[in-house]
Write a protein that binds this ligand. Structure first.
Ligand SMILES: C[S@@+](CC[C@H](N)C(=O)[O-])C[C@H]1O[C@@H](n2cnc3c(N)ncnc32)[C@H](O)[C@@H]1O
Length: 327
């Protein structure tokens, strides 16, 4: 879906399935790293993408609860969609790439409601049940471990909290036509995900919806997006009209999914919980007692995790839970 080719980071700390320090492991979960990429200009501003942006905005507006205490965006990039979350008292914009978060700070200007966080979806640094809503757009197609990612999203949502998630659909009309014409060797009806370019995955809707169910989500609504993502149509039909035409047929996503992009409104099904204190937990050992060190270091202020004997930085308005500092 994205034309930029960020480099692939092959070794990233990965501990979302484990509970204790002893059990922590370093594995080879691959991450599509946008650090230093020109995603905003290369993909959005220099290309004719008003249609894609417009249809996503319509779907988000229809699916995301309009108000709430706290919302998390995962893989939010430069903050393209943050203006849609004006009904939330606090918005946490997170991304794996610090440079994307820095760009979001510049793009969005001063807004005290926004908390900027560098974080990996597989080890989100937030306490359980923290968010009323979460959103993740154009990120799923970069994820190698969908069950782990959905598990983390379910964990940080409150009971009955809503997640709006977009994924790339392998069973779309163009892929089916290409496969029938033998221009594509992968089968659009097979259920397993297809990595058609390194770190770019398309998913079969049935497989994806099974993953949601297994992670403890109930899907309440599906919209199919980008029915008219065809260069010729985008060139000759006014963008506003094309967006309106797409909006009219998006609800068919509840019955069939044949477009390249599907958006899902999923509700976290879990037991209600008590009062929540604090925002963050250590993404390595899950300790919730992080203490701000008395004196800042060259890397910024340090939030200390005593069990891990490491610190996480807060510098220039950004919490960084990707790069641990020794203390
Ligand atoms: C195609 S961009 C989408 C940005 C934004 N959601 C949008 O639609 O404009 C994908 C984003 O996902 C982020 N990303 C990729 N892997 C991630 C991971 N494991 N954890 C958190 N973010 C990740 C990238 O850094 C990048 O900013």
């Amino acid at each position: 879906m994205s034309s930029v080719t960020p480099h692939v980071s092959r070794f990233t700390f990965h501990a979302s399935r484990v509970n204790t320090l002893e059990e922590e492991k370093t594995s080879v979960t691959r991450v599509c790293d946008y650090e230093g990429s020109n995603y905003r200009t290369e993909f959005w501003e220099n290309e004719n993408r008003g249609y894609e942006d417009g249809v996503e905005r319509i779907a988000v507006n229809k699916m995301l609860p309009p108000t709430g205490e706290r919302l998390l965006e995962i893989g939010g990039g430069f903050g393209r969609l943050v203006d849609l979350y004006s009904g939330y008292k606090q918005v946490v914009l997170s991304d794996y790439a610090r440079t994307q978060v820095e760009e979001a700070q510049q793009y969005l200007g001063t807004d005290d409601r926004i908390v900027y966080v560098v974080a990996d979806i597989y080890n989100l640094p937030f306490v359980d049940n923290l968010f009323d809503s979460s959103i993740m757009i154009r990120v799923m197609h970069h994820l190698t471990d969908v069950p782990d990612a959905l598990g983390e999203i379910q964990r940080i949502l409150r009971a009955d909290g809503t997640s709006v998630i977009e994924y790339a659909n392998k069973r779309n009309v163009k892929a089916i036509a290409r496969w029938l014409l033998r221009q594509q060797n992968w089968h659009p009806f097979k259920h397993d995900p297809i990595e058609f370019v390194e770190m770019n995955f398309n998913f079969h809707p049935r497989w994806m919806h099974e993953q949601f169910a297994q992670a403890g989500f109930q899907i309440n609504n599906k919209r199919s997006l980008s029915h008219y993502r065809i260069q010729l149509l985008k060139k000759y039909i006014p963008t506003d009209l094309l967006i309106k035409l797409d909006a009219m047929v998006q609800p068919t996503g509840n019955y069939w999914q044949l477009t390249p992009s599907i958006m899902v409104e999923a509700q976290a099904k879990k037991e209600p919980h008590g009062k929540i204190s604090g925002l963050f937990r250590c993404p390595q050992c899950h300790n919730q007692q992080l203490y701000m060190a008395d004196n800042p270091t060259d890397e910024g202020e340090l939030m200390i995790c005593h069990p891990c004997q490491i610190g996480w930085t807060y510098r220039d308005g950004i919490y960084d839970f990707k790069t641990p500092q020794s203390i």
